[in-house]
Design a protein around this ligand. Sequence first.
Ligand SMILES: [Zn+2]
Length: 405
Amino acid sequence: MIGQFSVLFQVWGLVHFFRVFRVFRGFYSHNPELLRVHLFRVFRGRIAFRIPISGFITATLNSYVSELASRVAALSSYKGRERHLMAEPVILGIDIGGTKSAVLLGAANGEILYRLGEETRANERTPYEILDRLAEMAKEAVRTMGLSLSEVRGVGISCGGPLDSKTGVVYSPPNLPGWQAIPVKAHLEKALGIPVIVENDANATALAEWMFGAGRGANNVVFMTMGTGIGAGLILDGKLYRGTNDLAGELGHQTILINGPLCNCGKRGCLEALASGPSIARLARESMMYGRHKRVLALAGGKPDDITARHVVEAAQEGDPFAIQILDEAGTYMGVGIANVIQTLNPERVILGTIAVHAGELIMEPIRRAVREYAWERAWKVCKILPAELGDRAQDLAAIALVLQ
Ligand SMILES: [Zn+2]
């Protein structure tokens, strides 16, 4: 009898919870982290054994609670180190991407203490709505960690360029349509009341790889992405070098092949038009007339228009000679571009992201070969060419590194 009452009572409790939850649904949909915090406060580990409701609900709530438990454990371990950390700065990082954005709190050693991410939905919301939401998330992150904004040393914002790093105004990055002359720095400084640094993502990632990744310990580091485009960031004499008006490091738009293929920037024969992801896919499509493309085409589901650099890398990793040759060609162009950079800047390290990380030696070998051929020996002998190390953590650490530089 008592057992039946207990079951009934708990069923009532759960129904009541969902009734209350419905009322607050709008609120929680904007504050998913708070929902978890409140759920945890209400249930605290009672769920697994006591609620004989359907397995689905139990499992869902359990996953909420276990995630929370790890979050709370992180928080208490953070609190335990509070005295130690007080001597070190706590930094807010904001990564604004075309698809996803994230707010995080980090320590000076690169440890991410807290992270809150969500979809940017740039075509549904105005830039100011997105910035206001990010400010709200930042306040929530600080509050959840038991801190106040005055204890945060600064905010680093990594965002697609073009932008003016001095004024913190963003000028229509290709991945953020409608962000025409948006004063990101001024808007967020007003909302948060702490200093904000806005930097393009290639420069910010260069700082992160230099502080926490493959560039550690070096004084002159060139970081180059090899993805949809070829962006770069320069650390010279231990400092980020931006140039006169933030255009230093546009290494993807150095001319490699006079009258070569058309680049996104409007010029012909840029490095980006020869060795970026879309260029590797284009090289594969153009070479199809020789009929040696079977494996790459099969990986793209038989549709030439669907071929991406990923399919070429995958086929090359399986040993497909056609795909290996495409990567060799793109790697050679990349190596010529890097040889020019080595001749100009005499760096200690050149760190390559994205495709270089995925394809490994299949592209690093032709790159190094071309560098040895086109740069002076005394310059390339002191320069290590390495794949990036930070992987998925790069974007988060990029925002943190901005404040630490
Ligand atoms: Zn170009």
